[in-house]
Design a protein around this ligand. Sequence first.
Ligand SMILES: NC(=O)c1ccc[n+]([C@@H]2O[C@H](COP(=O)([O-])OP(=O)(O)OC[C@H]3O[C@@H](n4cnc5c(N)ncnc54)[C@H](O)[C@@H]3O)[C@@H](O)[C@H]2O)c1
Length: 268
Amino acid sequence: MKSFKDKIAVITGAGSGMGRSLAVQMAAEGALVLLSDINEAGLAETRKLIGSGRCKTYKVDVGDKEQVYAFAGQVLAEYGYIDVLINNAGIAIGEASLMEIPLEDFERLININLWGVIHHTRAFLDVMLTRPEAAIANTSSVFGLMGIPTQIPYCISKFAVRGFSDALRLELSGTNVSVTCIHPGGIDTNIVANGIHYNGKKDVTVEKFKELVMTSSDKAATIILNAIRRKAKRVMVGPDAKLIRVMTQLAPGVVDREILRRRANLSL
Ligand SMILES: NC(=O)c1ccc[n+]([C@@H]2O[C@H](COP(=O)([O-])OP(=O)(O)OC[C@H]3O[C@@H](n4cnc5c(N)ncnc54)[C@H](O)[C@@H]3O)[C@@H](O)[C@H]2O)c1
């Protein structure tokens, strides 16, 4: 996809962070951006940055299957098709071991981070296959490349998004639809502040996260959009993500030891 000009793009989780930056940059390039989020105030701020001419906003909980298909139905009734789907919405969770994490939070995270991606893709894929060229981009994480203690639900969801994307890409090989899997490192967004936290640790966790981030959400969006344009299979976003990818491939044992050494500082 050479350019996003005159393309119709759905971006989930566009009320904050990378979703907002993606929306602003795609609209500036001439796309019509259809933005969803559970947070209406955040969506309204994004709309203010873009102007209503090139964007439309929808309140959708991506973790709720009925809402996702109703949203897709509304979009297709209004516009007939989309060219780009960015499955960006996601939530993080504070530190909690497998036995500590409440089951309802575990299920909620999987519904948002994984099933949200699957349902949006199933809802739009048939129509995307009829377009001259189309792109799906799914947000995984560096936590989809390595296992992190006290982050089991998040790691499961992000490994699964990677598996889903890799398998779907091959299923769609030879079609007009490209599939890009996005692996951000630490990006300066509200992901930790917006997350589910335990034991009153939220403030400390947000502070620790702010010290770890290496890339702004605007810079991340630029990297992601370049990857979608060139139909990249996967993209590592940020220097930390690039290093983690190489290390998990070449020296997974070293990565495990380093994670255990630093575990007190890892909280996303
Ligand atoms: N920031 C990072 O360091 C980082 C690293 C790796 C992966 N990611 C992933 O990047 C994606 C974007 O996150 P971000 O960092 O911009 O965080 P963010 O919290 O700033 O933005 C995420 C957006 O998703 C929305 N959202 C959450 N639950 C939702 C739901 N049920 N339905 C609809 N919208 C919902 C939030 O309201 C928010 O606007 C997420 O999938 C996240 O897991 C982020």
